[in-house]
Write a protein that binds this ligand. Structure first.
Ligand code: SF4
Ligand code: SF4
Length: 332
């Protein structure tokens, strides 16, 4: 799967996103029709039938609806990552042309922030989006500070009868930038708070699935047992690469590493080549550094690839200002 950024503009300024200072700049690039068609051809010859659209806020792109329809017509499954915050005009247009699709063709992850950091107008817009697109939508939530709360997510799932799953991301540092995330020393405490919600998840039959970079050993054996049960045995403690393609046709391996190892999509002949390039790069970095804990080097879970050792971005961030004494891939 490839993630395509339609625009770098956004409607929010989330504390865990490094780009918040320039997200609303009108100078930010937006994906053109020519580039979208090139990407669709590129994925098609790679045999890839899934495409994710994201931003910034992808629905801000003036051609969001046309791009989505075009990709579906070309037989791609389109998944959209959105805040759910859009103008009435964009929502009505989306509703008219997209709401009739089934999840076989189109789906959304609506990433919510806690209502405490959302305005009344944002909350109203999200409600309207979920009312119109709830049948295609799963909720997402990013943990970036110790006192997070899942109760409001469960209320939203119940209110709009959404899929009983939450895609839980862990905010990671972006080397060289300033953003909010839980430092490595705070992850076990975060896991304790997380485990405090297991009863609630069980009661409402909700599976909390992980995005990449969650270290396995921050949970106890007993907590892991409950987590696996909640997720019907499917749970990831992995590390991508995810493959992001920017509006300017640059590619990188994932959001936290978006400032490093960027390449042009034109340097590659297929998605498999891009994947191999970033997979080899991640493997090289992990061979040099291991994982976020010193135990990762010899950990049986890492050796059999059950847990990849947390997010590489923590390691690169720690080494960001050191003299370049290791392999060059650590620094650029
Ligand atoms: S380095 Fe790995 S774990 Fe971290 S964000 Fe990228 S893919 Fe995910
Ligand atoms: S690989 Fe590292 S983070 Fe993962 S379980 Fe082992 S010690 Fe923990």
């Amino acid at each position: 799967m490839a993630n395509v950024l339609l625009t770098e503009k956004c409607v929010r300024s989330c504390p865990y996103c490094f780009a918040k200072e320039h997200m609303d700049s009108s100078a930010l690039p937006q994906l053109s029709w020519d580039n979208l068609m090139y990407i669709a051809d590129f994925l098609e010859i790679s045999g890839e039938r899934k495409i994710s659209l994201l931003g910034g806020e992808p629905t801000l792109h003036p051609q969001f609806v046309d791009f989505t329809t075009y990709l579906i017509e070309r037989n791609f499954h389109v998944h959209v990552f959105t805040s759910g915050i859009m103008s009435n005009e964009r929502l009505l247009e989306s509703q008219k042309y997209l709401a009739h699709f089934t999840t076989e063709k189109l789906s959304f992850t609506c990433n919510l922030n806690h209502p405490d950091i959302s305005t009344q107008s944002e909350s109203e817009k999200i409600n309207k989006f979920l009312f119109a697109f709830g049948h295609l939508t799963t909720l997402g939530f990013n943990i970036y500070q110790a006192n997070f709360d899942f109760e409001f997510l469960i209320q939203v799932i119940n209110k709009f009868n959404l899929e009983r799953h939450i895609r839980i991301g862990l905010a990671h540092p972006i080397p060289g930038e300033v953003n909010k995330y839980i430092p490595v020393e705070g992850l076990k405490k975060m896991a304790k708070r997380f485990a405090g919600y297991f009863d609630l998840f069980e009661r409402f039959n909700i599976s909390p699935g992980f995005d990449c970079g969650m270290p396995m050993c921050i949970f106890t054996e007993k907590e892991l047992g409950r987590l696996f049960k909640l997720n019907k045995g499917i749970l990831k403690f992995g590390c991508g690469p995810a493959i992001d393609i920017g509006p300017d046709m640059m590619v990188w391996s994932c959001f936290p590493l978006s400032n490093m190892h960027k390449r042009s999509l034109y340097e590659f002949n297929s998605l498999q080549e891009v994947n191999r390039f970033y997979k080899d790069l991640h493997a090289k970095i992990r061979n040099e550094i291991g994982g976020i804990y010193s135990d990762c080097d010899a950990c049986k879970y890492r050796l059999n690839e059950v847990c990849m050792g947390g997010c590489i971005a923590h390691i690169l961030n720690r080494l960001y200002n050191e003299a370049p004494v290791r392999i060059k891939e650590i620094y650029s």
